[in-house]
Design a protein around this ligand. Structure first.
Ligand SMILES: O=P(O)(O)OP(=O)(O)OP(=O)(O)OC[C@H]1O[C@@H](n2cnc3c(O)ncnc32)[C@H](O)[C@@H]1O
Ligand SMILES: [Mg+2]
Length: 197
């Protein structure tokens, strides 16, 4: 495989994927790189897998090509796994990273550091014309910070300490993030498929 369409409009994910797939010599095209503008796909599923499948299958049907999609988010144990699949729109439909972080920190304001365990989750779906969709999952365990640190990455990176790290994900370089992230751990599971296709 030389090129891969990724059914995402999230610039942070696109950056991660471009770096992660360059190792395999695969060029990435996202929905932001296409000439026509693609309407937003409604994520109506109840799980990461369902939402990843909706995104991958919609775009795969549109172009009659294999398409990868990523549905991801952060699960916070003290909040019974929230925001989970609602991570992007936690503080509202406009998907504002700053507002999402502020809401999360506010909900955790009375929770001590050792009870702020959380994980990033990424489910990848690959949809192909006429074939069943395949799924791979990756996670990254860690803790929620008391306040944001760092400017790299996107989303909840400034408030996520990967397990064993004294830097938040947003204080790590993109190369460092891409050796430990949920997205990296999901792509590893896809390696055999990538080699065979
Ligand atoms: O659906 P697409 O177009 O791919 O873009 P999205 O941002 O809406 O993506 P999701 O529906 O999968 O929601 C994922 C959200 O989870 C958070 N997230 C996922 N991966 C992350 C990462 O690597 N670092 C920080 N936050 C992340 C971030 O808030 C994302 O917006
Ligand atoms: Mg989305």
């Amino acid at each position: 495989m030389e090129k891969m369409i990724i059914a995402t409009k999230n610039k942070g994910k696109v950056q991660d994927f471009k770096e992660l797939f360059s190792k395999y010599g695969i060029e990435i095209k996202s929905l932001l790189d296409l000439e026509e503008s693609i309407p937003d796909i409604e994520e109506t599923g109840d799980s990461f897998a369902e939402n990843a499948a909706i995104k991958a299958e919609t775009i795969s049907k549109m172009f009659s090509l294999p398409v990868l999609a990523d549905d991801s988010g952060i699960e916070v144990d003290a909040l019974d796994g929230r925001p989970g699949i609602y991570s992007a729109r936690y503080a509202g439909e406009e998907k504002n990273d700053q507002a999402n972080i502020a809401k999360l920190l506010n909900e955790l304001s009375t929770v001590p550091l050792d009870k702020r365990t959380a994980r990033f989750v990424c489910v990848l779906a690959v949809a192909r014309p006429g074939q069943s969709t395949i799924f791979k999952r990756g996670t990254c365990e860690g803790n929620i910070a008391n306040e944001p640190h760092g400017n790299n990455g996107f989303g909840y990176d400034p408030v996520f300490y990967p397990k064993g790290s004294d830097k938040t994900m947003a204080q790590l370089s993109s190369q460092e993030k891409n050796t430990i992230s949920h997205r990296k751990n999901a792509i590893i599971q896809l390696e055999k498929w990538l080699k065979d296709n």
